[in-house]
Write a protein that binds this ligand. Structure first.
Ligand code: ADP
Length: 455
């Protein structure tokens, strides 16, 4: 069942229940007040007639005549007067006699002083009356035709109004819910046509702060993120193909050139060396991409265990210096290590080593002295690593972009690279719940500061 129908039915049921309770309360209070009022009327009539009979000594036949005449047009009250020994002294119409007084009934009236009860549809009041030192039992009975007709009319009208109200409520609920749900329907229609090829489409929003506007805005923000990550993916792929094509084209051109005519051994050697260098670049790029993919995994899929950062730094230094004989990496400990946990992090050894190697290599390759120094210190719960070089520095306009994949700074002509190292390092540090900061001055040098929570 549609939410719209469900809401309409719920709305109608709740309002109908409230209406029903309200109408029932009105009906029952009207019923009760009719009964009370009629008993009061009967009591008054009983007193009037007993007064006329005993005090005013009006003739019995006159009273009976009045009763008979009134009965033709009114539901006249039938009164009977008994002595305390249950002898009938007066009766409006013995021949009609709707109320059959029994000795038990009269006894009851005598003992209680006043009683109210029904005999069939008739309402009866029985009461004691004293006159000239003597007690009399009086009964007065009548059918409240007028009251019952009014009550019946109230019931019919209330039922009719109730049924009409439910129909109106249902129609109003339907229209109201249609109005409420129309923005959702248009959102659904719009969302159905949004696909990878038209991620630039957005849901219509207004400046209201209602729930639907918040939902539409949230959806649009999600589309914004999807679109930018889609664009990033597209440019990532085109960057990769560009980075792969450049060394591959160089290799092909070199090899084609060398096959055009016979070359000397030295020339062949030079071609082999050049193509080998390009092949190394390709291997480095594919390794970096592989590491980037690893660092982008769900953290739950990456194996983390306690790692000693000092040992990982030493391994990274060894790797860097082995691959580049002219590079020098210095490691300094600024303070004493109190215990093993202080220098250990919960991490992935391979990825951490990749991050340290990148920073060492960058420090060395962008400096004339080919040196990079890492200072190890501790701050709060973090191991702080400052990778410093006295190199060419990074222009401030490049600083905000250097963590973007394939971005290479203005100074890129000073060293080979592919722009994957820093984004990869950034990702790895994030995976380790750490932070990375850069401080750089052109021609003076650069410091990358890593803070990683220790054990
Ligand atoms: P790559 O080194 O392969 O170019 P990276 O992602 O490691 O790619 O670095 C991105 C850019 O940041 C570099 O091209 C360079 O412009 C700048 N950079 C990074 N480290 C340094 C550094 N220590 N000194 C100067 N520039 C740097």
């Amino acid at each position: 069942m549609q939410i719209r129908t469900r809401i309409t039915l719920l709305f109608t049921c709740i309002t109908a229940t409230i209406l029903f309770i309200f109408a029932a309360l009105i009906y029952f209070s009207a019923k009760e007040s009719r009964e009370k009022e009629f008993y009061t009327l009967l009591t008054k009539e009983a007193y009037t007639k007993v007064n006329l009979f005993l005090d005013a000594q009006v003739d019995k036949h006159t009273l009976q005549e009045i009763y008979r005449n009134n009965r033709k047009i009114l539901n006249e009250v039938e009164v009977a007067i008994y002595s305390t020994d249950f002898n009938l002294l007066y009766h409006d119409a013995v021949d009609i006699d709707f109320v059959k007084e029994t000795p038990n009934m009269l006894k009851d009236i005598r003992s209680k002083g006043q009683v109210h009860f029904y005999q069939g549809p008739w309402q009866v009041v029985g009461l004691m009356y004293s006159y000239a030192g003597k007690q009399y039992i009086v009964t007065a009975a009548a059918l409240d035709q007028y009251g019952y007709t009014k009550l019946d009319l109230l019931l019919k009208n209330s039922s009719l109004i109730f049924i009409l109200s439910i129909i109106l409520l249902f129609i109003a609920g339907r229209l109201f819910s249609k109005r409420v749900f129309s923005p959702i329907n248009s959102m659904t229609e719009k969302a159905q046509i949004i696909s990878a090829t038209n991620l630039d489409l957005r849901l219509e929003t207004n400046n209201n702060k209602d729930e639907l506007s918040v939902l539409a805005n949230t959806f649009n923000q999600m589309l914004e993120r999807l679109e930018s990550s889609f664009d990033a993916q597209k440019s990532f792929v085109s960057n990769i193909s560009h980075e792969l094509r450049t060394p591959l084209s160089a290799i092909i051109a070199e090899l084609e050139l060398s096959t055009i005519k016979e070359r000397s051994t030295a020339e062949y050697k030079a071609v082999i060396e050049n193509t080998l260098s390009d092949a190394h670049k390709l291997v480095k790029l594919s390794n970096s991409l592989l590491d980037f993919a690893k660092a982008s995994y769900d953290p739950s899929e990456i194996a983390f265990r306690p790692i000693r950062v000092d040992e990982t730094l030493l391994d990274a230094r060894q790797m860097v210096q082995q691959a580049n004989k002219n590079y020098r990496v210095n490691i300094h400990f600024n303070s004493e290590i109190d215990d093993e946990s202080q220098i250990s992090v919960n991490g992935n050894e391979y990825l951490l080593k990749v991050a340290f190697v990148n920073l060492f290599e960058n420090g060395c390759k962008f400096s004339d002295d080919k040196q990079c120094t890492v200072n190890v210190s501790f701050q709060d719960n973090n191991i702080v690593l400052d990778f410093t070089d006295n190199g060419i520095g990074i222009p401030s306009k490049d600083l905000e972009h250097i963590f973007l994949p394939f971005y290479r700074g203005e100074n890129k002509t000073r060293a080979d690279g592919n722009g994957i190292g820093l984004p990869l390092t950034h990702k790895i540090i994030q995976l380790h719940h750490g932070a990375i900061r850069i401080q750089s001055t052109v021609d003076l040098g650069t410091t990358f500061t890593l803070a990683i929570p220790h054990l």
